[in-house]
Design a protein around this ligand. Structure first.
Ligand code: G3H
Ligand code: 13P
Ligand code: ZN
Length: 330
């Protein structure tokens, strides 16, 4: 409660308003525990109610800490207010420590607006900018966010694949020699690195051996000891799910992802956050395609969205338990 006669300035008003809104958590404590415990927190993208329910029910059942992340595309699709209210419902229903994070923020204004409307964490993705510009933008976001206890993820290195409108055909691996300078000058709370993961379902050419560059990760760990590292583009594109899609009218023959054992190994090291979105999309798509194929007469969305939500829950239970190692850590 504020003292009588005390008039907070606008910054303080926003700070108190944010604290009272809903009990979301930032990443600081989550990452410290994950680092010491040799596991990673799942950062799963959310776009609608069924996705939020599938992910949060899985986490609740396993008592796993959780980051729900929202991209600019998700806000465009679902509307910011709907997403906030759905996440609020998940916090109430699960009682879990949940972090609500902006995925791939591309400007100071977008990050600022997410802070003002209650996010507990943001990513500022300046990875496509020249190094000094990345530092300048990231520092600006950190200075703003830290006033409100909001944690910030920055990125160094470029992932191949598609991120909203940004498309890159080549990996530009993170240079270990730059990380200490970047982290020191920006003040970020975590760092996303490029070591061969990529966005989407087509990460490697069929027939080639998928391999992330764990030696670069270990070199980075040495340069910034105990600093939380983030891996984007970490879907594994499970062949059994792709098979169901293809058997039920889909056409995704060339889809290949990151082997789960490699992610498990990364989660044991400094990697504290692993981003997964495409695998969830595949699980939902497989369930819906199968349902439609087996029940061509059905048209009630609840009928085909229920198995889709169940499939998501099963997928994310598997990720928390067997890939991230986060089960029982909430
Ligand atoms: O990294 C990208 C995430 O998968 C979000 O994808 O921008 O299509 O929402 P989106
Ligand atoms: P995937 O496309 O591999 O699921 O990556 C998601 C991601 O990095 C979200 O930021
Ligand atoms: Zn990403």
């Amino acid at each position: 409660m504020l003292l009588p006669g005390f008039r907070p300035n606008m910054e303080m008003e926003l700070f108190f308003e944010r604290k009272m809104e809903m009990p979301l958590v930032g990443t600081k404590e989550m990452f410290a525990k994950a680092y010491d415990g040799g596991y990673a927190i799942g950062a799963f993208n959310v776009n609608n109610m069924e996705i939020i329910q599938g992910i949060t029910e899985a986490a609740k059942e396993l008592s796993a800490p959780l980051i729900l992340q929202v991209s600019a595309g998700a806000r465009k699709y679902a509307n910011h207010t709907y997403l906030m209210k759905l996440v609020e419902a998940a916090v109430i229903e699960t009682g879990l420590p949940i972090c609500l994070h902006l995925d791939h923020g591309d400007s100071f204004d977008l990050c600022k607006s997410c802070v003002e409307t209650g996010f507990s964490s943001v990513m500022i993705d300046g990875s496509h900018l020249p190094y000094e510009e990345n530092i300048r933008l990231t520092r600006q976001v950190v200075d703003f966010c830290h006033k409100y206890d909001v944690t910030v993820e920055g990125e160094l290195g470029v992932l191949a694949g598609v991120e909203d409108e940004v498309h890159s055909n080549v990996h530009v691996y993170t240079q270990p020699g730059e990380v200490q300078d970047f982290v020191g000058r920006t003040g970020v709370d975590s760092l996303a690195i490029a070591i061969g993961t990529s966005h989407g379902a087509y990460k490697f050419k069929p027939g080639t051996k998928p391999q992330i560059q764990l030696d670069i990760l270990h070199e980075i760990e040495k340069r910034i000891p105990r600093f939380p590292i983030v891996l984007h583009g970490s879907s594994s594109v499970p062949p059994e799910i792709v098979k169901i899609i293809n058997e039920n009218g889909g056409k995704m023959d060339d889809a290949v992802g990151i082997p789960e054992e490699q992610l498990r190994e990364a989660a044991r090291s400094a990697v504290c956050k692993i981003n997964i979105d495409s695998d969830g999309r595949l699980a939902m798509t497989a369930a819906i395609r199968k349902y439609f194929n087996e029940h061509p007469e059905e048209f009630d969305p609840r009928k085909y969205l229920s198995p889709a939500r169940d499939a998501l829950k099963a997928l994310y239970m598997h990720k928390n338990k067997n890939v991230l190692g986060s089960a029982g850590k909430a």
